[in-house]
Design a binder for this molecule. Structure first.
Ligand code: GZL
Length: 349
């Protein structure tokens, strides 16, 4: 068989095979592009070659407004979104709001002006979004909520909400504590470090926890205050709790970072975290899991930050006009100290 005759057929077949296996969303050879400030306190555009298109070969452009960089969870969430956008070949316009709602609103308006294909964001608080989301709707730009929800009744303002069930996370924390103190005959004094005031995780983690511990009247929250999800504020508020109350038995912190800050305050007060004061936190980031493995955190509820791949799948589906469920709940678990020690080597964040 003359090789010259079959070469064109082989090349054509090879092209067909590559196209069939590659699909529209395969990682391209290009790496992430450079950043450029287009608006807001810190906005950058990153893109990679090839990948997903919004028709006529044009690359999908996603505008994403992130809450900030307040915690280890947020850092892991941002990394997941940037990596998943690059892998999907989606051009990402990323804005960090530094935990200010007005910065998120400004970024969303900028994305509308830039006529991005899709807008996604993690709402720093639940309320105050309807005006700007109506502007996105009037501009014909679909909106995806990730991580945190909004309290609007108008579900037409967003296509889907991808994130955890924070009420269930609070219930998980409550159920473990209920079991630990099921035979308690004396009051069990709990102090609570709440997340950012008005945010969905702070509201819902509190609600879920209280719903469960209500079953045992000995379990009582004697102090509750926001630590804004940060390590520094968590330490500061725990110091004030320790000064005001000499009989604290349990700390329930809405995230690991506040719990880790509180541990510094507890140790500075000459107490042993995990023994003198039982500690429950939420997130299960690496530093939290390390503290749990050391017995300083007794129970840690997981809140999965790796939402990037699910977000990009939803973005592509929306652009391609495919149906997307209104609610996509992320899978997650919880760890005792022993379980955290065993899981730590395999954790991605
Ligand atoms: C939860 C996320 C919360 C984390 C905190 O999905 O919104 O915000 O629990 C983060 O660590 O700051």
């Amino acid at each position: 068989m003359n090789v010259r005759k079959i070469l064109p057929i082989v090349l054509l077949a090879a092209c067909l095979i590559v196209t069939a296996c590659g699909g529209g969303n395969q990682p391209s050879s290009g790496g992430g592009g450079g950043g450029s400030d287009s608006n807001g306190p810190s906005t950058q555009s990153t893109e990679s070659g090839g990948g997903s298109s919004s028709g006529a070969g044009k690359k999908i452009v996603l505008g994403f407004s992130q809450v900030g960089a307040e915690s280890g969870w947020r850092t892991a969430n941002t990394e997941s979104i940037k990596e998943a956008a690059a892998a999907a070949g989606i051009e990402l316009k990323f804005s960090d709001a530094q935990q200010k709602q007005e910065n998120q609103i400004k970024a969303i308006r900028s994305f509308i002006q830039q006529k991005v294909d899709v807008i996604a964001f993690s709402p720093v608080v639940e309320s105050g979004w309807e005006t700007v989301l109506r502007e996105a709707k009037e501009a014909g730009i679909p909106v995806i909520l990730t991580d945190r929800a909004i309290d609007s009744d108008d579900e037409s303002l967003y296509v889907t909400f991808i994130g955890s069930d924070f009420v269930e996370e609070g219930r998980r924390a409550g159920r473990w504590l209920l079991e630990q103190f099921k035979d308690a005959t004396e009051p069990v004094n709990i102090v609570e470090l709440q997340g950012t005031t008005g945010s969905a995780p702070a509201i819902d983690r509190k609600a879920g926890f209280e719903e469960v511990i209500r079953e045992n009247p000995n379990l009582r929250i004697i102090a509750s205050q926001t630590g804004d999800f940060t390590r520094a504020k968590g330490k500061e508020v725990m110091q004030s709790f320790l000064q005001a109350h000499k009989d604290i038995d349990v700390l329930y912190a809405h995230n690991d970072d506040m719990g880790l800050g509180a541990i510094q305050a507890i140790e500075a007060a000459g107490l042993v975290p995990g023994k003198d004061i039982i500690i429950i936190t939420v997130d299960a980031i690496r530093d939290g899991m390390q503290a749990a493995a050391e017995g300083k955190i007794n129970f840690i509820v997981e809140c999965n930050p790796l939402l990037g791949p699910q977000l990009m799948e939803a973005v592509i589906a929306v652009v391609e006009g495919r149906e997307v469920p209104k609610r996509i709940v992320t899978e997650e678990g919880a760890f005792t100290s022993e379980e955290a020690k065993a899981a730590l080597p395999y954790r991605k964040y």
